[in-house]
Design a protein around this ligand. Structure first.
Ligand code: CMP
Length: 147
């Protein structure tokens, strides 16, 4: 009996991406969601909305002590955003790799930030950095989970 190869040991999980106001204003929603669909990730939930200030503060609560928190909340509430729950193999890490580095000007070509922008606060897209963050962010973005 052979042991499973490491690549077979990854698990199906869920993550959340949010196309930020700059991405929506620039007409990049289809481009961004299309990349995830072509990769094989499956859309489980999708909503366009403008976040309220309390909702944004809750969504980004992990950053509340950071000097850029006010700017971050002001930006993310500045227009409609599109949140998408994606599922697939190792989805949290897979999506983070596809999104690229936080500073878009440093993000590698081939990644969403690397290909589509130059910003930091306006860095086109947010993606959960862990399953714990996903659960917190999904609740803040969508409210109570379905079922
Ligand atoms: P995001 O992945 O949405 O998570 C937190 C966000 O804070 C980050 O992307 C950036 O858009 C924003 N941000 C603004 N200023 C900074 C900074 N100096 N360092 C890191 N993130 C920043």
């Amino acid at each position: 009996m052979g042991e499973e190869a490491p690549e077979e040991m990854s698990t199906t999980e869920e993550t959340l991406i949010v196309v930020k106001p700059d991405g929506v204003r620039r007409g990049l929603v289809g481009e961004i969601i299309g990349r995830f669909e072509r990769k094989g990730l499956v859309i489980r939930r999708l909503r366009m909305q403008t976040l309220s200030k309390p909702q944004a503060e809750e969504f980004y609560s992990v950053h509340k002590e950071k000097p850029f928190f006010g700017e971050l909340v002001a930006f993310i509430t500045s227009g409609p955003v599109v949140g998408v729950v994606l599922s697939g193999r190792d989805a949290v890490a897979t999506v983070r790799r596809m999104v690229g580095a936080t500073k878009s000007w440093e993000a590698a070509s081939g990644t969403i930030r690397g290909d589509l922008g130059l910003g930091l606060t306006d860095n086109t897209i947010h993606a959960s950095d862990s399953s714990e963050s996903f659960e917190h962010e999904e609740a803040a973005f969508f409210g109570k989970a379905p079922g």
